[in-house]
Design a protein around this ligand. Structure first.
Ligand SMILES: *[C@@H]1O[C@H](CO)[C@@H](O)[C@H](O)[C@H]1NC(C)=O
Ligand SMILES: *[C@@H]1O[C@H](CO)[C@@H](O)[C@H](O)[C@H]1NC(C)=O
Length: 235
């Protein structure tokens, strides 16, 4: 779905855009959700009602220095350097629309982006179940009233923090909740204290210091994981 006010300008852009072949290799990352109000890829874009293809979008994004290119709804191309935190991976079958400039290729779907990347890693939230702990969400924290009260260290210290390292540390302490914060902190507990609740996922956007492909919370924000049978919050 498009911003109609920009459609006309964008439709003209590809006619004048100098498509230069490059040596960079792009690969498919998957089908991701998108919404008009909170774009998953939001640094640049163009539309083309008859000239969109995977290659056209990749070249447009590459020319702007972006590492991610996403095509949506047959004819929309979006670029960014990171996947914004409002996005989640969707069922691949929901990206099914043929590209407006090459019907042999798939260019996303309604509110769905077919995302390609140049391979430079970008962080995502690890929402797998890790070592028996399921992802709960991004949860508020404060220094004065800790949401998870027990600080845990991991081997290698804060510079080695990852989601799985924190979960292992909390598990070793016998705690059913684990939370990573501010890139390098690990906190454990058996419940969420002080009435803490879910906050905007975008506030949990610090890459883990031990693995830049994963998010480890944010400032006063925890990516919380818990053993499902005891977790009281769900996404
Ligand atoms: C259309 O897409 C197919 C599949 O990616 C590709 O092999 C073909 O070269 C493309 N055609 C044009 C004209 O770009
Ligand atoms: C880093 O995190 C990503 C995403 O969770 C994971 O796929 C990858 O295996 C991790 N790398 C290491 C070295 O643990």
């Amino acid at each position: 779905m498009r911003y109609t006010s920009t459609t006309l300008i964008a439709a003209v852009l590809p006619c004048i855009w100098p498509f230069v072949a490059t040596a960079t290799s792009w690969h498919y990352e998957g089908c991701y959700t998108d919404t008009v109000g909170l774009r998953t890829l939001r640094q640049n874009f163009f539309y083309s009602s008859n000239g969109m293809s995977i290659e056209a979008c990749e070249q447009f994004c590459e020319a702007g220095g972006y590492s991610l290119a996403g095509i949506e709804y047959s004819d929309e191309c979006y670029c960014d350097t990171t996947l914004r935190m409002t996005a989640s991976q969707a069922d691949g079958s929901t990206c099914f629309m043929p590209c407006s400039g090459n019907t042999s290729e798939v260019c996303g779907g309604p509110n769905r982006l077919s995302i390609y990347s140049t391979g430079s890693s970008y962080p995502t939230t690890n929402d797998d179940t890790v070592n028996g702990y399921a992802y709960v969400g991004c949860v508020s924290d404060s220094v004065a009233a800790r949401t998870l009260s027990s600080f845990a260290t991991v081997e290698g210290g804060a510079d080695a923090m990852t989601v799985s390292a924190c979960i292992a540390a909390c598990k070793a302490q016998g705690h059913s909740y684990a939370g990573v914060e501010y890139g390098g902190e690990c906190w454990c507990d058996d419940q969420l204290e002080h009435g803490a609740g879910l906050i905007d996922q975008a506030l949990c956007s610090s890459p883990c210091r031990g693995n830049f492909s994963e998010y480890c919370g944010g400032s006063n924000a925890l990516n919380v994981y818990a053993i499902p049978s005891v977790a009281t919050l769900s996404r």
